[in-house]
Design a protein around this ligand. Sequence first.
Ligand code: ADP
Ligand code: MG
Length: 245
Amino acid sequence: MTLLEVRHLSRAFGGVQAVDAIDFDLEAGEMLALIGPNGAGKSTTFNMIGGQLRPSSGVVRLAGRDITGLPPRAIARLGVGRTFQVAATFAGLAVLENVQMALLAHDRKIFRAWRPARLARRDAALALLEQVGMQEQAERPCSELAYGDVKRVELAMALAGAPRLLLMDEPTAGMAPAERHALMALTQRLARERGMAVLFTEHSMDVVFAHADRLLVLARGKLIAQGTPAQVRDDAQVQAVYFGS
Ligand code: ADP
Ligand code: MG
């Protein structure tokens, strides 16, 4: 099933065509990597899908429904989750409390049944932490965690909304190679288990080739190639523009 359809999506900033009429599909449960050099338009693309930025033109459809230009909250409610490059946890709060906050943000019934909802959220938060392998550290403040563990907590927080599509813009920025692989392997496993699609950017080609089902290659706002890792690796235009060979 096609979950996300992006059609002729464009965004200009003044005279700069940051994203230039891109077209792609994302299937349910698929791991799709969006790669390209700095300034290629990756974050702009994420922000247009997530609603943080209005497209200049083009259409974004989620499960057949036009979501172009909807506010971020409406898009989140329709099942699109996000992680951000800069850590989005509350450092002073415990790991568990951070995940409870994320669940709270997605819970629209809390004002009717505050206490039962609170209790339920503790179990739900622990279940999410178990899925990312962080249940043992539930009571520790986020400020004490290793960077890679903060990223796991952020993943649990993104899962709190039970997204059908998870947008991850440079999720492994600042991480060592082994940690990068571990986080994306975990993401891939959770995506498979939940039937959740993931669109992510990643600079390490090793990580991309290991964990993406398919790749999109952006250069100066245009999609210059898409396909399986093997197809993209052999594409002469990609080698010239992206790998500089
Ligand atoms: P990437 O994430 O691939 O590094 P971006 O989407 O951040 O690329 O940027 C694409 C282009 O759009 C760049 O030339 C960048 O300078 C420009 N750009 C991005 N955001 C803005 C903005 N808010 N205002 C002006 N120019 C922007
Ligand atoms: Mg970016």
